[in-house]
Design a protein around this ligand. Structure first.
Ligand code: CP
Ligand code: NVA
Length: 315
């Protein structure tokens, strides 16, 4: 079977948000990721991007995203270039539009991690080659796709499951809301008042949910969120760029810690997810993240497989 049988539908597209993909396309991406994972595990070469190059622009730190994109491109037979923004002329004031127009003359795709989501949209508008969002302040779609693959592997399906996200209404929460809604999950997000997901994302997620039987709920009650949840998810309380708010946030978010007491409300077979990096005894206690329900390292591994699927289909 040709594992990229639907490549023509994907080739040349950007991957900026899961909102831009239909439920059927998201499920197909997950299927391709699962096939690529199997090939990799069997040690079967799959040079689907031989001769292709991916530029990787990083304006923020990364462990998982950098290594998984770089290794993923290598496993697909292509060549990844790490481009630190402090070395690019971008760091000295060259515009994003010019950078995109120039890089498109050399590269076949670009993955970018940056602050403003608009910068990624701007790059996509000018580059004319596939742009993959490796995290912005608004969204983290590669992470959410890896999360969906992990949930599907562990639970067998996605539609109808309850996912509770407890913590900051941030980029990871936003992408989970959009991704979860697209695949028919019941996503409940519990945040302190004032830290709820952006209204625009909640509206878009609900719009997506209307077509799939999903529901998207925003609350300030962590117990309500976690009650009978199949998946419990949290992320850091202070994201990259919010370092100065760390101490203040630690106080405000304390009642939203995912700990043994809170997860008692979840289903007994719940799985715990965290995009990582994690801060033990802040957003999650060791007994949960290092406990038997935690699948955070399989989740991290799945970044590799879903991103290979994205690259193999788009580039
Ligand atoms: N989860 C994630 O994106 O990790 P990195 O910041 O290490 O890339
Ligand atoms: N919300 C976190 C995710 C890190 C992978 C951040 O943006 O820093």
């Amino acid at each position: 079977m040709d594992i990229l049988s639907r490549k023509e539908e994907f080739k040349g597209r950007d991957f900026l948000s899961l909102y831009d993909y239909t439920p059927d396309e998201i499920n197909y991406l997950l299927d391709v990721a699962a096939s690529l994972k199997e090939l990799q595990q069997r040690g079967e070469p799959h040079p689907l991007l031989a001769g292709k190059t991916l530029g990787m622009i990083f304006q923020k730190s990364s462990t998982r995203t950098r290594v998984s994109f770089e290794v993923g491109m290598y496993q697909l037979g292509g060549y990844p270039l790490f481009l630190s923004s402090s070395d690019l002329q971008l760091g000295r004031g060259e515009t994003i539009a010019d950078t995109g127009r120039v890089l498109a003359r050399y590269l076949d795709g670009i993955m970018i991690r940056t602050y403003a989501h608009e910068d990624v949209q701007e790059l996509a508008a000018h580059a004319g080659i596939p742009i993959i969002n490796g995290l912005t302040d608004l969204l983290h779609p590669c992470q959410a796709l890896a999360d969906l693959l992990t949930i599907k592997e562990k639970k067998g399906w996605l539609a109808g499951l309850k996912l509770a996200y407890v913590g900051d209404g941030n980029n990871v929460a936003h992408s989970l809301m959009l991704g979860g809604a697209k695949v028919g999950m019941h996503v409940v997000v519990a945040t302190p008042p004032g830290y709820a997901p952006k209204e625009e994302i909640t509206l878009r997620a609900r719009e997506a949910a209307a077509g799939t039987g999903a529901t998207v709920t925003v609350t300030s009650d962590p117990v309500e969120a976690v009650t009978a949840a199949d998946v419990v998810y949290t992320d850091v309380w202070a994201s990259m760029g919010q370092e100065t708010e760390k101490a203040e946030r630690a106080k405000i978010f304390a009642p939203y810690q995912v700990n043994a007491g809170l997860v008692k409300a979840a289903r007994s077979d719940f799985i715990f997810l965290h995009c990582l990096p994690a801060y033990r005894n802040l957003e999650v206690t060791s007994d949960v993240i290092d406990g038997p329900n935690s699948v955070v390292f399989e989740e991290a591994e799945n970044r590799l497989h879903v991103q290979k699927a994205i690259m193999a289909l788009l580039i």
